[in-house]
Every structure is written in structure tokens, then in C-alpha cells.
Design a protein around this ligand. Structure first.
Ligand code: SAM
Length: 237
């Protein structure tokens, strides 16, 4: 076990996390805005700009929730496509792109799918919604170009397992970790648990060394707003 999660038995953790996100699914985006004063939008912009997505990319966004990161990736590639069309008349740039949004909670995925519809993205084959656990993902080794987990790594029970899973796939890996604050509602037990999980989440340097231990190279992190949030990244060659 890692990082003093002993207060909550491990088998209870997934259940608790599940309960929290089921009870907040429909208000999740609003809560994100309220809790971060809208800043999570900028943090996610920054995450995706660092990821530097490209047409044809196969990308896995874990704990993808309501699709925030995936939509930004699609938008970025679409903008590039527009640019390329002007520049060289190239087409089909989004065609081979596959962005997998993976989340353990189907309610969150449903909210995401609804949002995709509202954005006119329901027909976009590049966007794939997958139910799955960050600690045991159902994708082939080396099948992705990138992996992100935004505000989700502290929700997993074994951080090392999730990092080992991340290392199975990708060349670029990024995660955003808030040092404080989380989006919570619902029952008190779940709430207390999440507060504990944030308090126990390793500091930036420690988390960077865990990413390194998982086998990633050139591990770096960027602190945002003075370290309230950090974007960690690593490469696999
Ligand atoms: N990436 C989104 C964002 O930045 O707004 C979500 C952030 S994360 C705090 C919450 C999401 O993580 C929820 O949708 C929850 O269902 C999901 N989640 C929690 N534990 C997970 C796990 N072990 N595997 C996959 N998803 C998980």
C-alpha cells in the first residue's frame, strides 16, 4: 500500500470514489468551475498545449470524466487541420486520430457523451468512450502515443499500478495534480475520504520520482499558481 491510505480499507476506496462521482456526475463541470474559480479550464489548456497533440494521434485520457481533456485535444487537432488545409490542401487529418476517454464511472462518461453531442462531436469517430480502471486497463501494450490523467491520479488506490499501466502504452505522459481542493458532494464518508486522499498525495518531487521509477524518462513538472497545481510529464522511448 502507499501513502497512508490505511484509514480507509482499500477495497472500500473504489466504492467510495464511485459513490462520490455518481452523486456529482451531473453537476461535475459546474463544481469544477466553482471550486477552481474557472481556473481548471486554463490548467487543462496548458496540459493539452504541453501534450502537443498531432493528427493521427492515438491518445488515452484516463479518469477522463466528462471529456474536458479529450475535447481540447480534438479542438487542437481540428485547428491544425484547418491550418493545414489552408497551407497545403491536406485532408483527412482527424481521420486516423483516436482519443480514448477512459473512466471508471459510467455516469461520468454519459455526461461526457451528452456534452460531445452538444458540441456536435457525437458523429466524430475519433472520440471513443471506454469504461475502465486506471489500475488495470484493457488496451494493448504500446498502442498509444500519449496518456493523460488530469486530476485523477489521486483517486486511484495504488498510484504505482496506475503509473505502471501508463507506461505500458505511450510515448508522452502527462498528469495534472492539484495539491489542494477537490470537487466533492454527496455523502460525508466519501467526502472525508477524498479530503484525506488529497492530503496524502505525494508532493511534486516525490510524485516525479515515482513516475521515474515507473520507467519514464525526462520526467519534469511545471508548477502552476505557485504549486497549487502541477503538470507532471514523462517520456517513454
Ligand atoms: N479529468 C477530469 C477532470 O479533470 O475534470 C476528471 C477528474 S477526476 C477528479 C474524477 C474522475 O475520475 C471521475 O470521473 C471518476 O469516475 C474517475 N476515476 C476515479 N477513479 C478512477 C479509476 N481508478 N480509474 C479511472 N477513472 C477513475
Amino acid at each position: 500500500t502507499s501513502f497512508g491510505y490505511q484509514e480507509v480499507r482499500e477495497e472500500e476506496k473504489s466504492q467510495l470514489v464511485g459513490n462520490v462521482f455518481t452523486s456529482v456526475a451531473s453537476n461535475y463541470d459546474l463544481m469544477n468551475d466553482l471550486m477552481s474559480a474557472g481556473l481548471h479550464r486554463l490548467w487543462k489548456d496548458r496540459l493539452v498545449s504541453k501534450l502537443n497533440p498531432f493528427p493521427g494521434m492515438k491518445h488515452l485520457d484516463v479518469a477522463g470524466g466528462t471529456g474536458d481533456v479529450a475535447f481540447r485535444i480534438i479542438d487542437t487537432i481540428n485547428n491544425e487541420k484547418r491550418q493545414a488545409l489552408q497551407d497545403s490542401f491536406e485532408d483527412n487529418l482527424l481521420e486516423d486520430t483516436q482519443i480514448y476517454v477512459c473512466d471508471i464511472n459510467p455516469n461520468m462518461l454519459n455526461v461526457g457523451k451528452k456534452r460531445a453531442e452538444e458540441r456536435g462531436l457525437s458523429e466524430v469517430r475519433s472520440l471513443v468512450w471506454v469504461e475502465g480502471d486506471a489500475e488495470a486497463l484493457n488496451f494493448e501494450d504500446n498502442s498509444m502515443d500519449g496518456y493523460t490523467i488530469a486530476f485523477g491520479i489521486r483517486n486511484v488506490t495504488h498510484i504505482e499500478k496506475a503509473l505502471a499501466e501508463a507506461h505500458r502504452y505511450d510515448m508522452y505522459s502527462f498528469s495534472v495534480i492539484p495539491a489542494v481542493g477537490d470537487i466533492v458532494a454527496g455523502d460525508r464518508e466519501s467526502y472525508q475520504y477524498l479530503v484525506e486522499s488529497i492530503r496524502h498525495f505525494p508532493q511534486q518531487e516525490k510524485f516525479a520520482s515515482m513516475i521515474d521509477d515507473a520507467g519514464f524518462q525526462k520526467v519534469q513538472y511545471e508548477n502552476l499558481v505557485g504549486g497549487v497545481v502541477a503538470i507532471h510529464s514523462g517520456l517513454k522511448f
